[in-house]
Write a protein that binds this ligand. Structure first.
Ligand code: NAD
Length: 321
């Protein structure tokens, strides 16, 4: 059994590692080779914490295990990140514990990988302007992963808390792109690709603001009741997702579906596009929308890749139970 520390994960796990692992596991899910087990998430009635497990099995990538963790709102005052995650991997042949992997950095990498997979497979290849709605912790990872797909030159960004935009500007200019803070309506009119990554429960982007041909990656809505874009925009777009069951229950599509604006069977798993089983974008004018809800198999796929890398580089700690 090995332990891959949080520090080790953040020093060796690249956007490319995350991208390959997530693209492969989305494809495996759509083929029926990988599936997520039911998610457990509980308010534990202590420290205001939400705690739970995401787990699954990928027969193709041989990842079996779970991510345990949650959200402790009081952690920041203690100098500890509010989100806490640890991944446990097991040998599919024997059930023995094979690795414990720090899951905090990994979560950001796998979330950004999901939207960048959607950009590769669904955005117009000539996309130049990236729109960012959100400037929190995840937004930096999102931008870094997105610029590795496509040919972005400029970022237009909006955030409710405007003081957070300066740090995002630094990340963007550090990647060699130009940056502009704009209002949301202008962002919709100018962006070719838009990533939304906020904690919000009302629409931040309206249907009539979005230009034809835009690709949206809606990444912030991962719980019942959250919302980032106008349900009419979701209904007007061709919708893709990581997992349809999550998209309609906890993802961005939950509202359009519950309001009768979008049928569940109109939502396509992005893995089916990766596999070539279903079509992705079919025209330059089509609005595509990826509903990235976040599945346990993403964590397991990336944890498996980083555990292998750590072992190969002699950076994993050996341990026994
Ligand atoms: P963060 O706390 O660092 O940042 C929160 C962001 O949301 C900031 O940009 C903030 O300004 C914005 N915000 C807060 N309240 C808002 C409101 N009422 N209206 C508009 N914007 C508001 O959080 P983070 O770690 O960057 O995560 C952002 C979101 O992404 C969270 O909702 C989180 O649950 C979600 N998330 C999703 C996945 C996934 O797989 N889909 C994975 C990780 C995080």
């Amino acid at each position: 059994m090995i332990i891959v520390s949080e520090e080790c994960v953040s020093s060796i796990l690249s956007e490319e590692d995350g991208f390959s692992a997530v693209e492969a596991v989305f494809a495996a899910m759509a083929r029926g080779d990988a599936y997520n087990f039911p998610v457990i998430r509980e308010a534990i009635g202590y420290a205001d914490a939400l705690y739970g497990f995401k787990s699954g099995f990928d027969k193709a990538g041989l990842s079996l295990g779970l991510k345990s963790g949650g959200y402790w709102p009081g952690n920041a005052e203690k100098g500890v990140p509010n989100h806490q995650s640890t991944v446990f991997l097991f040998e599919p042949d024997t059930g023995r514990l094979s690795a414990i992997v720090g899951g905090n950095y990994l979560t950001a990498i796998r979330t950004a990988a999901a939207s960048s997979v959607s950009i590769k497979h669904l955005a117009r290849p000539d996309s130049k302007v990236l729109g960012m709605i959100g400037a929190g912790h995840q937004s930096h990872f999102q931008v870094r992963a997105a610029v590795k797909q496509g040919s972005f030159e400029h970022v237009v960004a909006w955030n409710l808390h405007t003081e957070m935009l300066a740090a995002l500007e630094k990340t963007v200019t550090g990647l060699g792109l130009t940056f502009e803070a704009v209002e949301r309506e202008e962002l919709g009119a100018r962006a070719d690709v838009i990533i939304t990554i906020t904690s919000c429960d009302e629409p931040l982007l309206m249907k009539e603001w979005i230009k034809p041909g835009t690709h949206l990656a809606c990444m912030g809505t991962d719980t019942k009741g959250k919302m980032e874009v106008d349900p009419a925009l979701v209904a007007a777009a061709t919708v893709f997702t990581d997992e349809v069951a999550q998209s309609v229950s906890i993802g961005e599509a939950q509202h359009a579906v519950s309001q009768g604006l979008l049928a569940e069977n109109a939502i396509t798993p992005v893995g089916a596009v990766i596999n070539g089983a279903q079509v992705g974008r079919v025209s330059q004018d089509q609005i595509t929308l990826f509903d990235g809800t976040g599945v346990g198999l993403q964590d397991l796929a990336v944890a498996t890749a980083v555990a292998k890398k750590a072992e190969e580089q002699g950076l994993a700690q050996s341990a026994s139970l």
